[in-house]
Design a protein around this ligand. Structure first.
Ligand SMILES: Nc1nc2c(ncn2[C@@H]2O[C@H](COP(=O)(O)OP(=O)(O)OP(=O)(O)O)[C@@H](O)[C@H]2O)c(=O)[nH]1
Ligand SMILES: [Zn+2]
Length: 370
């Protein structure tokens, strides 16, 4: 199999690097597959022979961030049992995780091995750049390349206005491409499909931003049939036709789209590392501030404030940056509170242990060190 592009799983993102990573498992006689859906200890895995059910019992980790997730590459049993077993997961390239607000160190992976994060933003409403920035910070944290898709472009009749909105968004999205698209007219869909070709994409965005419509436009007619099945069977479980990972049409270059309910309900995310990347131009300016710990408030020699002053940095950007940093600090403080209470427990246990040891010592035992 020296031509991974001819591999039956190539359409699902299988490449030479995955093949190399899989080699030890292949030696054990296991077969590779990509997880297209996870459901309570079982998952659906697409293999060269089609979709199989597999039990994840043997790959249950202690770390919730390593739980089998849609998008993972798995090594499964070759036998035709139902279900088979997932024996190992290949190390992830990227992982889209969410931390539940109350238990930050826990977290939950929503999608694995994602190449592109599409942030859908509707042009049918006033452009909320603050929201775009927030999603970008989240996207950068996931490790995939973000892309802002301005949806419903047909609702802005004047092309010059669309150009302006794109330019405005670009200023708020350093390092990310911004594409106007209309699923209604099809404008921009081919351009977008070409960007996503061959990779794994996820769609983020507010409710009503046009994610489903865009997904359908990208997926073509097959997906609509799949969705009809999903809608029709109520809970949408236990049929291999419901999947959270769908192949994009080969005619447009292929790739896959992951659309999980968890990604849909994106709320509080841990965007810690992402904020810096979402505001990379500000962080670059900050390198030139006179003081290393410059807060860009009123310090002399502040390069960030100077850029606001001379108009090269929109003040709105600095305000957004501060707001997101503050939000993260609040999240971090909450974590600290939890850590602190855990520490307290630990100290209590130690103190109790210390007392116990002291008593044993006093009781005549020859224990040293305590
Ligand atoms: N004019 C126009 N309307 C669109 C376009 N894409 C989506 N819409 C409309 O926008 C509304 C919301 O679209 P959805 O695709 O359901 O949005 P969503 O982001 O999936 O929403 P949730 O499922 O709530 O997350 C629907 O009424 C769509 O018909 C478009 O390209 N042009
Ligand atoms: Zn400064």
């Amino acid at each position: 199999m020296s031509h991974p592009s001819l591999h039956p799983l190539a359409g699902y993102g299988w490449d030479a690097d995955w093949e190399a990573a899989f080699a030890p498992h292949a030696e054990r006689g296991l077969v590779p597959g990509r997880v297209i859906r996870v459901d309570r200890g079982l998952c659906d895995v697409v293999t060269a022979d089609g979709v199989v059910r597999a039990d994840t019992e043997f790959v249950v980790p202690r770390d919730p961030l390593k739980v089998v997730c849609t998008g993972d590459w798995a090594a499964v049993d070759p036998e035709d049992h139902d279900p088979r077993y997932v024996r190992a997961l290949l190390p992830r390239r990227t992982a889209f995780a969410r931390s539940t607000s109350s238990r930050r160190s826990e977290g939950q992976v929503l999608a694995a091995n994602v190449d592109h994060t599409l942030i859908a933003v509707s042009l049918g409403a006033e452009l909320d750049l603050g929201r775009v920035e927030r999603f970008l910070a989240l996207a950068w944290t996931g490790g995939a390349q973000p892309l802002v898709v301005l949806t419903k472009a047909d609702l802005v009749p004047d092309p010059a206005t669309v150009d302006h909105l794109v330019a405005d968004t670009e200023l708020s999205a350093p390092g990310a491409q911004v594409l106007p698209v209309s699923a209604a007219t099809g404008d921009g869909v081919d351009v977008l499909a070409a960007v996503l070709a061959g990779g794994t994409s996820v769609l983020l965005g507010q409710s009503g931003a046009g994610k489903s419509t865009l997904a359908n436009a990208l997926l073509g007619t097959e997906a609509q049939a799949v969705r009809a099945v999903r809608d029709g069977d109520g809970k949408g479980r236990h049929t291999t036709t419901t999947r959270d990972l769908l192949p994009l049409p080969a005619a447009r270059g292929g790739g896959v789209l992951i659309d999980t309910p968890g990604l849909r309900g994106v709320g509080l995310w841990d965007a810690e590392d992402g904020v810096g990347q979402a505001f990379s131009e500000i962080e670059a300016l900050a390198q030139r501030c006179r003081f290393d710990d410059c807060a860009h408030q009123a310090e002399p020699g502040c390069a960030v404030l100077a850029a606001v002053e001379d108009g090269s940095l929109p003040e709105r950007r600095l305000t957004s940056y501060r707001k997101l940093l503050r939000e993260n600090a609040r999240l971090a403080a909450r974590t600290d509170a939890r850590l602190r209470s855990e520490q307290k427990q630990l100290y209590k246990q130690r103190a109790a242990l210390g007392r116990h040891m002291m008593e044993r010592k006093r009781g005549g035992g020859r224990h040293s060190g305590w």
